[in-house]
Design a protein around this ligand. Structure first.
Ligand SMILES: Cc1cc2nc3c(=O)[nH]c(=O)nc-3n(C[C@H](O)[C@H](O)[C@H](O)COP(=O)(O)OP(=O)(O)OC[C@H]3O[C@@H](n4cnc5c(N)ncnc54)[C@H](O)[C@@H]3O)c2cc1C
Length: 286
């Protein structure tokens, strides 16, 4: 197996263009597990840890650009202010060791429906920046990035450079159901982001459909019926939970049944909206 070690982004793109079968490796917390268990034996590994710029984040053009190599630990320590939903989700990933190595870029690359970064990226309206040497840059909205179970819009000659996330303008929450409190892949998860200026609420469902997805009908309901100056009517909250549950399309597997996941998504949706709404009203009253 070849081991390619570019030190610049241009070298990395050239290596991927010349060897599209080379598997990128960042933190390695997914790739190494697959290699250890012989799930795949790629002709080459493309080690991106030498490309320093991937480990940086920056605030440009009103968006927070998180390099594909920024580990969860940095998201938690440095980005809790602008990206509270993503930071909250990052705190639930694996263990301290996994959070030191694992990255949001790797989560996107793996595109598992259970990946914890996806729901907050969907709720916030993130855009994934990918690039190939020969075809240049593509900016893909998170909602269009996930195509199927562990399948994304990334082409074989492309690499993920960064994910661009609008900084929070309102409360954001992430909630995950697991069989224990740490080191657990989500049975299901849910993220919410209030966008008070646009009078809009963003949602993200995790581990309850072939891909991470938004609950679009539920978002439309709130856009039409939410009074941003008043407590949420219990009937509206209930309907929101129902529509989020209806947006899920889970399967039975070792982690949980489809029926349980549908039920739990409804509960998480009501719960996270209640938390976010309480924060929103408290801020208004202050
Ligand atoms: C013990 C353990 C616990 C875990 N717990 C969780 C958890 O709670 N929640 C969760 O979501 N995940 C969990 N994971 C999975 C894993 O940690 C995450 O998916 C993590 O985000 C992967 O990041 P990485 O940098 O290690 O990716 P890598 O393993 O390096 O790569 C993952 C995938 O992304 C591709 N890739 C990486 N970088 C790029 C790039 N720049 N461009 C294109 N493709 C790229 C790789 O080719 C590969 O397909 C766990 C894993 C382990 C081993």
């Amino acid at each position: 197996m070849d081991f390619l070690r570019p030190t610049t982004w241009e070298e990395a793109l050239a290596a991927k263009a010349d060897q599209p079968g080379a598997v990128p490796i960042q933190g390695g917390t997914d790739v190494m597990v697959e290699i250890n268990f012989d799930v795949r034996r790629p002709p080459a590994l493309l080690d991106l840890t030498g490309v320093a710029e991937l480990r940086e984040w920056s605030m440009t053009g009103g968006l927070c650009g998180v390099g594909a190599g920024v580990p969860y630990a940095a998201v938690i320590d440095e980005l809790g202010g602008p990206l509270p939903g993503l930071a909250q989700a990052s705190r639930t990933v694996g263990s301290p060791q996994i959070r030191n190595r694992g990255t949001v870029g790797g989560n996107l690359g793996a595109a598992s429906p259970a990946g914890d970064s996806h729901p907050p990226l969907l709720a916030a309206g993130a855009v994934v920046e990918v690039e190939s040497r020969d075809r240049g840059v593509r900016m893909i909205p998170a909602a269009e990035f996930y195509l199927g179970v562990k399948r994304s819009a990334l082409e074989p000659d492309e690499l993920i450079r960064a994910v661009h996330v609008p900084p929070a303008t309102g409360p954001q929450y992430f909630s995950k159901v697991g069989t224990r409190n740490a080191m657990v892949i989500a049975v299901c998860s849910f993220a919410i982001a209030l966008h008070p200026r646009e009078r809009r609420v963003g949602t993200g469902i995790g581990s309850a459909a072939p891909t991470p997805r938004r609950a679009l009908e539920a978002e439309e309901l709130l856009a039409a019926e939410l009074d941003w100056d008043a407590p949420i009517a219990p009937a509206l909250l209930k309907r929101f939970g129902e529509l989020c549950a209806r947006a899920a399309a889970p399967i039975d597997d070792v982690r949980g049944t489809a029926a349980y996941r549908v039920h739990a998504i409804g509960v998480l949706a009501r719960r996270t909206l209640t938390w976010a709404w309480n924060d929103h009203l408290e801020k208004r009253a202050a």
